[in-house]
Design a protein around this ligand. Structure first.
Ligand code: FAD
Ligand code: MLT
Ligand code: ZN
Length: 464
């Protein structure tokens, strides 16, 4: 870059913040460490950077104007919802030149449409707020995860989040029937009619869901609710080996129509989490625990016990007898991410393998990790029914990529994915070639180039 163009670009950037203030109001353009810090680091402390400013638009028109202005100034934007993402996609890089576009003020929730069971929700609405609105109307959101109080609907859509109930209701993609979004040139696209069938050309919502803020800024979604089921039965099964845990997933899914949660915990994680929660083990700690929850209109406990009996594990299981007991069992699983975070900054991977390869993967994992990082502590847990394992390794420097490389190669060898539900972010952009062919990656780059030729939206995320 020549000296003149550097000065020119600095002058133009200097003009940008006053212009953005005119769009969103001075109080919603935040600069200076004290105001911006919480937007610049993630929940784990693994990802942090520095931004030019945090900009907080209040509605779609303001988002569109901000994006257009940043495009004119060639200043990159990092869309951010609740900043609970775990792959470095929601925080700025270290350059100090990016704008964090916070969507939390887009927090309007519409009324449930009775004919369709759909509800329009602003991108900044938290998952908890969506769940509460749904339940008050006799429905449920059909998606749940530990970061529910902070994670936003826009973030769930952008990451195609999964969570605890994906085994029954699918990931965010299955719940979202409409999207409104602002493209990189500042134009707005809207598919909010709530049509369950709409084959008129390319499916833009399908493309934007899971695009991690790299193709558009999602401003509103139309969410398809599920029936509210108030009767629950919960069991915890002690399993002798991770392979056996993998083997019971299929039979449980086949024999339990009311199954809503099917989770895996393994020995080190169970111990670390019980310590963190200061909770006594509810039963003997074995190499694996499987958590099963059923939900129905009427008490599904008999169905659950019959299924456990049918696959020969009833004798190794405990069943929660009341709400407090249920909460205690669920808390052990949900406490895993916090317990790991408490132990330091971990190498955090979120992989998925086909269920037929899950036993093989889980068996090989400790050896692969030990070889990559001798003496490190492996905490593996996840969404058993989805073949989705969260691999957390405490010990090695998180910038050391040896564990990432070894585990992701193992995953690729099992026919799996380097990201099941958290997304690629910045963390895994360099590993995409392990599971996506050259043709596949070229098609992705072509889509990115067509929609965002100047790389204004979240550069470095998904595609390195
Ligand atoms: P952010 O973290 O703010 O952003 C995440 C990504 O989405 C970034 O790339 C960002 O640029 C983009 N983005 C955010 N909003 C928009 C928007 N409006 N338009 C375009 N792009 C946008 N995830 C799961 O899938 N399953 C789990 O079980 C799960 N459990 C978790 C438990 C804990 C304790 C924590 C901390 C996280 C968990 N997560 C889980 C990860 C995280 O909560 C999800 O990825 C969630 O979808 C992120 O939402 P967010 O609003 O915080 O998004
Ligand atoms: C979970 O299932 O607990 C989350 O996806 C978060 C994590 O992997 O730690
Ligand atoms: Zn998860």
């Amino acid at each position: 870059m020549t000296e003149t163009s550097t000065i020119d670009s600095a002058r133009r950037t200097g003009e940008l913040l006053p212009r953005l203030s005119r769009i969103v109001g001075t109080g919603h353009v935040l600069t200076g460490g004290d105001l911006t810090r919480s937007y610049e680091s993630d929940w784990t402390g693994r990802w942090s950077g520095r931004c030019l400013a945090v900009v907080r638009p209040a509605n779609t028109a303001e988002v569109a104007a901000v994006v257009a202005e940043c495009g004119d100034h060639r200043v990159a934007l990092v869309p951010q919802g609740g900043n609970t993402g775990l792959v470095g996609g929601s925080t700025p890089d270290g350059s100090g030149s990016q704008i964090v576009l916070s969507l939390t003020r887009l927090n309007g929730i519409g009324a449930v449409e009775r004919e369709s069971g759909q509800i329009p929700v602003g991108a900044g609405v938290s998952l908890t707020a969506l769940q509460q609105a749904a339940r008050a109307a006799g429905y449920d959101a059909g998606l749940d995860l530990g970061a529910r109080d902070t994670a936003t609907v826009g973030g769930l859509a952008a990451c195609d989040a999964g969570g605890l109930k994906a085994v029954r209701y699918g990931t965010a993609r299955a719940r979202i029937v409409g999207v409104e979004a602002v493209l990189a040139d500042g134009s707005t696209v809207s598919r909010m009619a709530g049509l369950l069938k709409d084959n008129a050309g390319y499916n833009l919502p399908a493309l934007l869901i899971g695009s991690e803020g790299t193709l558009a800024v999602i401003t509103e979604v139309l969410w398809k609710l599920v029936p509210r089921l108030d009767a629950r039965a919960t069991a915890l099964i002690a399993i002798d080996s991770v392979q056996q845990a993998a083997q019971i997933a299929g039979p449980l899914m086949a024999s339990l129509p009311s199954l809503e949660v099917l989770e895996l915990m393994t020995e080190t994680g169970i111990r670390v989490t019980l310590d963190y929660l200061d909770q006594a083990p509810p039963m003997a700690v074995t190499p694996a625990w499987v958590l099963v929850q059923c939900a129905a209109r009427t008490d599904p406990q008999d169905e659950l016990i019959e299924a456990l009996d049918g696959i020969g594990v009833a004798g190794q299981a405990i069943v929660a007898v009341d709400a407090a007991g249920t909460e205690r069992l669920m808390r052990i699983r949900e406490g895993h991410p916090e317990a790991v975070n408490h132990g330091g900054v971990s190498t955090k991977l979120d992989v998925g393998v086909p269920l037929r390869a899950l036993g093989r993967f889980l068996e090989a994992l400790p050896t692969v990790v030990e070889r990559a990082a001798p003496g490190a502590r492996l905490v593996a847990y996840g969404h058993l029914g989805d073949g989705n394992v969260h691999v957390n390794v405490l010990g090695p420097d998180p910038d050391d990529t040896t564990v990432d490389e070894s585990v992701l190669e193992l995953v690729a060898g099992c026919g799996g994915t380097i990201s099941a539900e958290h997304g690629v972010g910045r963390h895994k952009a360099a590993y995409l070639a392990l599971i996506r062919s050259a043709a596949d990656r070229a098609a992705m780059r072509a889509v990115k180039h067509a929609l965002d030729p100047d790389e204004i939206l979240n550069p470095g995320t998904v595609l390195a």
